[in-house]
Design a binder for this molecule. Structure first.
Ligand SMILES: Cc1cc2nc3c(=O)[nH]c(=O)nc-3n(C[C@H](O)[C@H](O)[C@H](O)COP(=O)(O)O)c2cc1C
Length: 354
């Protein structure tokens, strides 16, 4: 069912059109096939970047869009790229974080399974912008369909000249390797993820060493989340100004949330950032089936529980932080008045301890 029809007031601006942004292909085509992706304007952003834009201008466009990383902390993506590009110690690497370790989060899984080329295109554009020679996509092993979909997409992209030597007759030579990871939550922490790709035990490293300076094999490395990568072609296609029309100041664009728990319509929901919890849970999610609302967990086990008195809270990076929680991987778990909050908190703490 088309979830945007639950609330006719929600418009996400993409160029001159309205509709969904990251999930724009859902139900409309089969973007696993490269032909369908190309027919929808796929890889046009890459052509625009390679043929008409300098690497520095691509980075500036991403900075001006205000895009913040969708993997949890909300760090400005363009600034991360600029820092990495400025470290004069090639080779540089880029990584797609497809670990998605939060229980009940499944947005990244969906994006990798059903629109893999949007992720690849974002990564190839970044390779051009920062001068990277190699990319890695780290996918949790449980995500077999995502891995299959990405493998096919990588093969198709290589065949069509979007990956490999002198991509689209430019000076860019770049390829992407798919890595099947373990299934541990901690592997999603970027330094632990880098250790895993290096073949080491996946444990977080020293926090003062930044991957953009000393990442994979000690080289400058950009790590971004799946959904962050999928936003890049949209920004380059339609421009940073258009991108920033959606969402809030400080949190532009949309976010795909995994809406779960005691709600009538669970599933993936893409909304402009800064949409209220009330809108997401009641207008889109259809409310609580046969019971009363008690609380909502936002941000997964590291996040927090929001009570009914705060349902007007806007879901964006700064508002959530102000309320004492985080965006995390975009999990929104609704709890009705039969839920034991102590049991729920115990589950979260046990999960993190394990
Ligand atoms: C314990 C822990 C687990 C994490 N798990 C993930 C994850 O599964 N996926 C993800 O994208 N980021 C995860 N992160 C955040 C990453 O360390 C990193 O900040 C992120 O991949 C950067 O991408 P972004 O800037 O696009 O958000 C995790 C962080 C911590 C501390």
């Amino acid at each position: 069912m088309d979830r945007s029809s639950y609330n006719p007031n929600y418009n996400i601006f993409i160029g001159n059109e309205t509709g969904r942004s990251i999930l724009r292909s859902a139900g409309k085509s089969n973007p696993i096939t490269i032909d369908d992706y190309l027919n929808q304007g796929g890889y046009q952003a890459l052509k625009k970047a390679l043929w008409n834009t300098s690497p520095g201008d691509v980075i500036n466009e991403v900075i001006q869009s205000g895009l913040r990383g969708r993997g949890g902390a909300g760090f400005p993506t363009g600034l991360k790229w600029r820092t990495c590009a400025g470290v004069d110690n090639p080779p540089r690497y880029i990584i797609c974080n497809g670990n998605e370790g939060d229980p009940q989060a499944f947005a990244d899984k969906y994006i990798m399974e059903s629109d893999p080329h949007s992720v690849l295109e974002g990564m190839i554009i970044a390779a051009y912008a920062i001068g990277a020679v190699r990319g890695f996509i780290y996918v949790r092993d449980q995500y077999t369909r995502a891995a299959a979909s990405l493998t096919r997409a990588l093969d198709d992209a290589r065949r069509q000249g979007f990956l490999g030597s002198n991509i689209l007759d430019s000076s860019l030579s770049f390829d992407i390797i798919l890595i099947r990871g373990g299934n541990a939550f901690i592997c999603g922490e970027e330094t632990a993820l880098i250790a895993a790709i290096e073949g080491k035990i996946s444990e977080p490293g020293d926090k003062y060493i930044l991957p953009v300076e000393k990442g994979l094999w000690g080289q400058p490395t950009v790590v971004n989340n799946v959904e962050t990568w999928a936003n890049i072609p949209i920004i380059i296609d339609y421009g940073s100004e258009s991108f920033a029309l959606t969402g809030a100041r400080g949190s532009p664009g949309t976010k795909v949330f995994s809406l779960t728990g005691n709600v009538v319509n669970p599933g993936l929901v893409e909304v402009p950032l800064s949409t209220s919890l009330h809108t997401i849970i009641f207008d889109i999610g259809g409310g609580i089936p046969g019971a009363k609302f008690k609380a909502v967990q936002v941000g997964g086990p590291v996040g927090g529980y929001i009570p009914g008195s705060m349902l007007n809270l806007k879901v964006d990076y700064d508002s959530l932080r102000g309320a004492g929680t985080i965006m995390g991987s975009g999990g929104i778990k609704v709890m009705d008045d039969h839920t034991c909050m102590v049991g729920s908190a115990r589950y979260a703490m046990n999960f993190l301890a394990n």
